[in-house]
Design a protein around this ligand. Sequence first.
Ligand SMILES: Nc1ncnc2c1ncn2[C@@H]1O[C@H](COP(=O)(O)OP(=O)(O)OP(=O)(O)O)[C@@H](O)[C@H]1O
Ligand SMILES: Nc1ccn([C@@H]2O[C@H](COP(=O)(O)O)[C@@H](O)[C@H]2O)c(=O)n1
Length: 233
Amino acid sequence: MSAVRENGVIVAIDGPSGAGKSSLTKLLAKRLGYIHIDTGAMFRAVALSAKRAGIASDDDKGLAELCQGLEISFARDGETCRVLANGEDVSSEIRTEEIGLLTSTISARKPVRQALLEMQRRMGAKGGVILEGRDIGTVVFPDAEVKFFLSASAEERGRRRYLELAARGESATLEETIAKVIQRDRQDEGREHAPLKQAEDAVPIDSTSLSIEQVLELMERTVKERLAQGGKG
Ligand SMILES: Nc1ncnc2c1ncn2[C@@H]1O[C@H](COP(=O)(O)OP(=O)(O)OP(=O)(O)O)[C@@H](O)[C@H]1O
Ligand SMILES: Nc1ccn([C@@H]2O[C@H](COP(=O)(O)O)[C@@H](O)[C@H]2O)c(=O)n1
């Protein structure tokens, strides 16, 4: 199929926290030879910068100014992709549970969403890209050629996150981790602007009892079928 955009199609992967979006986005991008964009990392970079600057999460004016002066970029080097905020590598610092919860609050603010919406559209416009987040298929690229909504039970997502934290040597109980996952879901689904929800034309995948490899196979097959059909299914 000839690409519908300059570099190929746009694939949107949305879903709640811990569903496997980042893992699958990277693997699928590698299989397809596409680039991947972790939009959650962009919101996390804003949250970290706001925290450092002492900007309250309901200070819309302060957040708008912060976003205006903040350049978020990705530095790709083979398999690794670092997140840069005004040139500083913040890849590790944005991954804490504290920043995750703060991000969920700050990402609900309109000026933050507006600023990142424009950046994400610029980054993905040429296609040949997989974007993962909460509102890619509904708001950022409602015309994406392929959309997935990846979910799993809150217990399974909490369990996955708990194992990840334990492997990093961070102390947390399984119950606390599941509770935080549920809290983040509620905030992301309940917000006024661009809430987390499944796009009507998204392919739903429940990964609760699927391995990463099984999800990857399913996604790759779906994308290739769409490409063979000429873009939209
Ligand atoms: N199908 C699966 N089976 C088992 N473990 C999985 C599966 N999918 C993802 N994982 C693991 O679950 C954890 C969370 O995955 P990942 O970070 O990709 O989720 P996410 O949806 O991007 O989360 P967030 O939105 O919070 O960043 C990782 O440790 C990953 O290896
Ligand atoms: N398109 C998106 C992506 C993310 N968010 C918010 O960022 C938080 C962190 O995202 P991770 O995927 O890195 O866990 C997430 O909880 C959302 O609040 C968003 O709003 N829109």
